[in-house]
Design a binder for this molecule. Sequence first.
Ligand SMILES: NC(=O)C1=CN([C@@H]2O[C@H](COP(=O)(O)OP(=O)(O)OC[C@H]3O[C@@H](n4cnc5c(N)ncnc54)[C@H](O)[C@@H]3O)[C@@H](O)[C@H]2O)C=CC1
Ligand SMILES: O=C(CO)COP(=O)(O)O
Length: 376
Amino acid sequence: MLHNGSATRDIAFHEPAPYRRVAVIGGGAWGTALALAAQRAGRRTSLWVREAEAIAQIARTGRNPFLPDHAIPPAIATTADLAAALRGAELAVLVVPSQHLRGIASRVERLLPDGVPVVLCAKGIEADSGALMTQVIAEEMPGRPQAVLSGPSFAAEVAEDQPTAVTIAAEPGPDGIFAEGHHAARIAVSFASRHFRPYLSDDPVGVEVSGAVKNVLAIASGVIDGRGLGANPRAALLARGLAEISRLATALGGRPETVLGLSGAGDVMLTCSSPQSRNFSFGQALGAGRAPRTAQGAVVEGVANARSVLALAQRLGVAMPICEAVDRVVHHGLPVERAIAALLTGPLRAEPRNLEHRASIAHPALATPRRERVFA
Ligand SMILES: NC(=O)C1=CN([C@@H]2O[C@H](COP(=O)(O)OP(=O)(O)OC[C@H]3O[C@@H](n4cnc5c(N)ncnc54)[C@H](O)[C@@H]3O)[C@@H](O)[C@H]2O)C=CC1
Ligand SMILES: O=C(CO)COP(=O)(O)O
């Protein structure tokens, strides 16, 4: 049994039954890669693709324009008909961008039998409501079992069957998420294959917040790279960015140790250091003073989420200076130079949160604005 993440158990011991039929809803790059992963794991898999042109191209060439370098095997049933994609599904995997999840979820809810679980794969926070993806689902699909799939996983590498580890997070049942019949354990074995390794977590809030914020951090990291500022500020950004994730996650009831796992530190390391990341390369262009260019129709989640993460943080009174800087640059036209200067010349602070609190009492100098150039 899992007690608040303090104990781990081998899920293979239980041999939970996989879901046999998996419907992947959202045929962008990540949905396509996850359909390939499910099919490799032995699942009967369907893939719902929204765009008529994409469906036509798949029919013509066997390739999805959102992930053009990878063939989709005929065993994956691709369709533009949502009802057809969901027919007979024992598991629905929702892979539409965060700002579109609500609309798709309400349509899926009308078509999916009660009790069929959903897996949420978008990394983001809803702009208008500040809702996490799990909250959106709780509202649009009340009572339905749900889990979050996140972690360091570029779609192209999963499609190539490169080794990848992800986290599957859900609220534990009375016997914990490792219990044989728990949907999270069943989802893990439904996707597990030689090169695709899910880990379980009972902290969906920590996992979700990590995934949403890392995209904003990746834009900031790209800016540093595009501006040619070197390796030191990137490392500082990663460390201080993880501190921002941790503060927001704990304010929402998540756990700080989750932020050190695959969905937090793992995905931050991946996305904040590779031009494969759309968010990182968007930031690189900003940093270099070029107009960001993305593949047609591709989503750069950090753009919408700079705004939604910051709005949520402000509502909760959580300081997120890096996310704030990205929001100012992307949405309010703040020049990159000024955003960087603001981060470097803010008040001096102590590092761990608990010390931060004590430092302001025992070491007032650390909490007082000073001229030195430090990181926020
Ligand atoms: N691409 C990747 O490597 C990974 C992506 N993700 C996450 O997966 C989610 C989906 O991203 P990708 O598959 O990469 O997208 P993508 O950039 O490849 O394609 C855009 C997707 O947005 C969908 N879309 C556009 N307008 C829509 C609307 N009005 N309603 C519903 N869907 C709409 C398109 O149908 C398409 O599926 C994002 O939250 C992303 O952060 C997570 C892990 C890896
Ligand atoms: O989430 C991702 C990898 O884990 C993909 O990142 P990008 O959306 O920045 O490409």
